[in-house]
Design a protein around this ligand. Structure first.
Ligand code: PLP
Length: 376
C-alpha cells in the first residue's frame, strides 16, 4: 500500500508534471515573474469558471480577506460578524484592521454560520458579515443574504475551503460559493482544493466600483503609476504560481469528483454507526470535501488519534481552539461567551485523510482501523 497522507500534493503533481514543468520553465525563460501573462490568463479563466465579473489575484487568502474589508471603508469599532468555528485568518484580519469581531455559533449539522445566531448578534454597529464555507460545504447563503439586505450590511464570503462548490437555489439554479455576497475570497495555499506550489489568493466581486478599489489596494493604493490615492498594501500572485494554477484549474472539477468519491467511501463505512456522525450534505450545497470531518460521540479522541498515528494514518483536529477563546482576542472579552455548539464540535471533530489521490486500498485500511478503534 502507498503511504497514507493527510494531503497528497506530490502524487497529484506527478500526474500533471510535464505540463506544469513546461509552464514553470516558460515563466522562468520569460523572466516576467511579476504580473506576467499567466496572471492575466488565470484570472480570466477563474472568472469564467466561477461566473463572476472580477477576479483580483493577491498573495494569500488572509490578504484577500483583509483587502476585501479595507475596500468596504469600515471604521475602527465597526462590528463584523463571523463564526467562531473557523480558521484564525477569518477573524484575525478583523482585529488587525481595528474592527470588532463578533463571534457567532455555527449550525451543528453544516458547521457553518447559524442564521438565527447571526440575526441575534445584530447591533447598530454591525457593518459586515463574513460567513465561511467550511470544509467544502456552503454556508446557508439565502438566509445570510436576506439578513444582510434587511440590515443593509456587506457580505464577504470566506471561500478558502470551498472553491468550486455549487450553491443550489430552490428553483434549481446554481451559483459558485464566493460569488453570492458582495465579495468572495479564496486561498491557493498548497493543501487547498485549488492549491498552488506556494502561497496565493484571490478576491471575487461583480461590483465594478469595489473591484476598482481592490485593484488599487493590492497595489499600494495606486491609481496610475506613482500616484497613490488610498493606503493599500503589496499583495500579488506571482506569475509562476498563476501558471501552475491555470493548469490545475482545468482539473478542478475532476479533483472535486475524486474528493467526493473518497467521501462516499468513508460515508458507506461509517453512516449509521451510533458513535459517529458523518458529514452532512445540505440539499443546497454541492459539498467539495476540503476536509472529511467526523463528529465522534463517546470516544476517546486523543486515543483514536494516537491509534491512527501508530498505524501510519494521519488525522487532524480542525480546530482545537475556537476563535472566541484565542488569546489574541482577549481585548474583546469574548472568551466567556456561551458557544455550546462550537464547544461541542471543538471537543468531538476529527478530520481523516482527504485528497484527490486516495485509492480503495488506502480508504479500506483507514476505515477498518477507525472502526477497529471505535468498536473495541
Ligand atoms: C486557509 C484559509 C484562509 C487563509 O488562507 P492563506 O492563504 O493561508 O492566508 C482563510 N480562511 C480559511 C477558512 C482558510 O481555510
Amino acid at each position: 500500500m502507498r503511504p497514507i497522507q493527510m494531503v497528497d500534493t506530490k502524487t497529484q503533481y506527478q500526474k500533471i508534471k510535464p505540463v506544469v514543468d513546461s509552464a514553470v520553465l516558460q515563466v522562468m525563460e520569460s523572466s516576467a515573474f511579476i504580473n506576467g501573462k499567466a496572471v492575466q490568463d488565470f484570472t480570466t479563466n477563474l472568472s469564467t469558471y466561477l461566473d463572476v465579473k472580477h477576479t483580483i489575484p493577491c498573495a494569500n487568502g488572509t490578504d484577500a480577506l483583509q483587502i476585501a474589508m479595507m475596500a468596504l471603508g469600515l471604521q475602527p469599532g465597526d462590528e463584523v460578524i463571523t463564526p467562531s468555528f473557523t480558521y484564525i485568518a477569518t477573524t484575525e484580519v478583523i482585529a488587525l484592521l481595528r474592527l470588532t469581531p463578533v463571534f457567532v455559533e455555527v449550525d451543528p449539522q453544516t458547521f457553518c454560520m447559524d442564521p438565527v445566531a447571526l440575526e441575534k448578534a445584530m447591533t447598530l454597529k454591525t457593518k459586515a458579515i463574513v460567513p465561511v464555507h467550511l470544509y467544502g460545504h456552503a454556508a446557508p447563503m439565502e438566509e445570510i443574504m436576506a439578513t444582510a439586505k434587511k440590515h443593509n450590511l456587506f457580505v464577504i464570503e470566506d471561500n478558502a475551503q470551498s472553491i468550486g462548490c455549487d450553491y443550489i437555489f430552490p428553483d434549481g439554479t446554481k451559483r459558485k460559493t464566493g460569488t453570492i455576497g458582495q465579495i468572495g475570497t479564496t486561498s491557493f495555499y498548497p493543501s487547498k482544493n485549488l492549491g498552488a506550489f506556494g502561497d496565493g489568493g484571490a478576491i471575487f466581486t461583480d461590483d465594478d466600483e469595489l473591484a476598482h478599489k481592490m485593484k488599487m489596494i493590492v497595489n499600494h493604493g495606486q491609481s496610475k503609476k506613482y500616484y497613490h490615492d488610498v493606503v493599500g498594501c503589496n499583495s500579488r500572485l506571482d506569475t509562476i504560481q498563476a501558471a501552475i494554477l491555470d493548469i490545475k484549474l482545468k482539473h478542478l472539477d475532476e479533483y472535486i469528483v475524486a474528493r467526493r468519491k473518497a467521501a462516499d467511501f468513508y460515508d458507506k463505512a461509517f453512516t449509521g454507526h451510533p458513535k459517529i456522525i458523518t458529514p452532512y450534505r445540505a440539499s443546497y450545497s454541492h459539498h467539495v470535501f476540503h476536509q472529511y470531518t467526523l463528529v465522534l460521540e463517546g470516544i476517546d479522541r486523543d486515543g483514536m488519534n494516537q491509534f491512527l498515528t501508530d498505524n501510519k494514518i494521519p488525522s487532524m483536529i480542525y480546530y482545537p481552539v475556537p476563535g472566541h477563546r484565542q488569546k489574541m482576542f482577549d481585548q474583546f472579552n469574548v472568551a466567556s461567551q456561551k458557544m455550546p455548539v462550537t464547544d461541542w464540535l471543538t471537543e468531538r471533530v476529527i478530520s481523516l485523510p482527504m485528497h484527490t489521490e486516495l485509492d480503495e486500498e488506502q480508504l479500506n485500511f483507514i476505515t477498518t482501523k477507525v472502526l477497529e478503534f471505535i468498536n473495541k
